[in-house]
Design a protein around this ligand. Structure first.
Ligand SMILES: Nc1ncnc2c1ncn2[C@@H]1O[C@H](COP(=O)(O)OP(=O)(O)OP(=O)(O)O)[C@@H](O)[C@H]1O
Length: 436
């Protein structure tokens, strides 16, 4: 479970959407809480009947967002340079760009996870308000899977459900919620397979990603951040994982807002995106409907060759990490730096960019509710009991952790015993000095 930092001083007051470069204190909390079950639904005793109290989705907007890091004596460096955008419920936004362009930084800024050595300016609003999200409203899936390798898929999700879901839910309800989530992510066939690690092969990399996502969506968060959910997966596994993620946007009666950063999606995966944010060196090259990106590139002199994956074409055009081979042809006949500059300028003055600003202003103007602050997750005693049980299972099954350690202790005991072996029982065998 990844935790998002708590920002107690995040203001609840409505802020003026048009004000620029204002210090944003928005931070979003972790999903340790679930949506409350109404009493009638609890009586029915079915996790299928679980409803959220407030069904409103999360509109996330960011305007003129800058993130800078201090370079010590050399001053500071801008990682993000005035990016603007939005993400709406029921939509999947993909952040793309060459390595080091600021994808993870944008995702972290939106999720309130930036490091302490960074400085953030600009405005990030939730439903038009500067506010902190309540527990259970958002979840962040990091690049790495942090799972206990000795547990099975089912155990991992069930233990997590017992830890995250509130004590007001019965054990069977928690179990049912976990089972439904496992089925949603297509993991029912692997439910009894161990996660596996360096010692023993377990589930595949794609399945591990899905288990991590499963654990994060147990609390039915309305805002989901995923940092490179397909890293390390082959194209078939990537498509399978991404199609499951994309299907979450309308699940459980909740319109989810999903934001992912992704390196190089296949053309099939690309078609799952509603909106695309293309970054280069922290600047917006394109933000708008994913389907319109090819036309934007073509209208600026960088048409996508027939049968080429559009995302490959975009990244090839704006990747300046490697020297272009002139014999293979430069992007649109110009150097990469120039291509980026053309695209960035063109985007700034384009109708698409104006439309994005209008959309952001529209979301801010809407009379949306401030998100409720609900605090409900498993109590201290439940957490202690679940963690103890999980720890015992882990120790028992972990060869290195438990059995190898036991063997070392036995060997040590035998070694010590040999020192005293056959020392005899006479008064000279062991001299004991007693001080009166
Ligand atoms: N806290 C930080 N301190 C110093 N530099 C940072 C910090 N966070 C990010 N950077 C730098 O900012 C740049 C962008 O980093 P970021 O991780 O956002 O890129 P990315 O697009 O996600 O890259 P990748 O696709 O390789 O993961 C990198 O050069 C990185 O070294």
């Amino acid at each position: 479970m990844n935790t998002l930092p708590h920002q107690p001083n995040a203001s609840d007051s409505e802020s003026n959407c048009s004000s620029k470069k204002m210090e944003s204190s928005l931070h979003i909390r972790t999903s340790l809480e679930v949506d409350t079950i109404t009493s009638t639904e609890r009586k029915r005793g079915s996790a299928f009947c679980i409803q959220t109290e407030a069904e409103e989705g999360v509109h996330l907007t960011w305007e003129d967002l800058w993130v800078t890091v201090s370079n010590g004596k050399n001053g500071s460096r801008s990682i993000l340079q005035g990016v603007t955008g939005y993400s709406k419920p029921g939509q999947l936004l993909a952040i793309m760009g060459p390595s080091g362009c600021g994808k993870s930084t944008l995702l972290d800024a939106l999720a309130g996870r930036l490091g302490s050595n960074t400085r953030q300016t600009g405005e990030i609003l939730i439903n038009g308000h500067k506010q902190a999200l309540a527990y259970g409203t958002s979840a962040y899936v990091t690049q790495d899977d942090t799972l206990l390798t000795t547990l099975t898929v089912g155990e991992s999700v069930h233990y997590s459900a017992q830890l995250q879901l509130p004590d007001s839910m019965s054990k069977s309800e928690k179990r049912e919620r976990a089972d439904i989530t496992i089925r949603e992510m297509g993991l029912q066939d692997a439910i009894n397979t161990r996660i596996g690690g360096w010692g023993a092969k377990g589930i595949s990399g794609g399945q591990k990603r899905r288990v991590t996502i499963c654990i994060e969506i147990l609390t039915h968060p309305r805002l989901l951040f995923l940092d490179e959910p397909t890293s390390g997966l082959d194209s078939a596994a990537s498509y399978y994982v991404m199609s499951r993620i994309a299907s979450l946007d309308q699940r459980d009666g909740i319109e989810r807002t999903i934001i992912i950063s992704i390196h190089q999606p296949s053309s099939e995966v690309f078609q799952l995106f509603h909106n695309l944010c293309l970054l280069s060196s922290g600047k917006t090259v394109y933000f708008g409907p994913a389907a319109a990106a090819t036309e934007f590139f073509a209208s600026n002199g960088f048409p996508c060759p027939t049968l080429q994956n559009p995302s490959d074409h975009f990244l090839k055009t704006i990747n300046k990490d490697f020297e272009q081979d002139p014999e293979q042809g430069l992007a649109g006949g110009v150097a990469t730096d120039e291509a980026i500059s053309i695209l960035v300028k063109s985007y700034k003055s384009s109708d698409i960019s104006q439309q994005v600003r209008r959309e952001v202003a529209e979301i801010c103007r809407r009379d949306s509710n401030i998100m409720e602050k609900k605090r409900s997750h498993a109590g201290f005693l439940t957490q202690c009991s679940v963690l103890t049980r999980r720890s015992f299972v882990n120790m028992y099954r972990d060869l290195g952790y438990y059995w190898l350690r036991l063997a070392v202790y036995v060997a040590l005991a035998i070694g010590l015993a040999t020192i005293f072996y056959d020392v005899g029982l006479g008064h000279r065998s062991i001299q004991v000095t007693e001080k009166e």
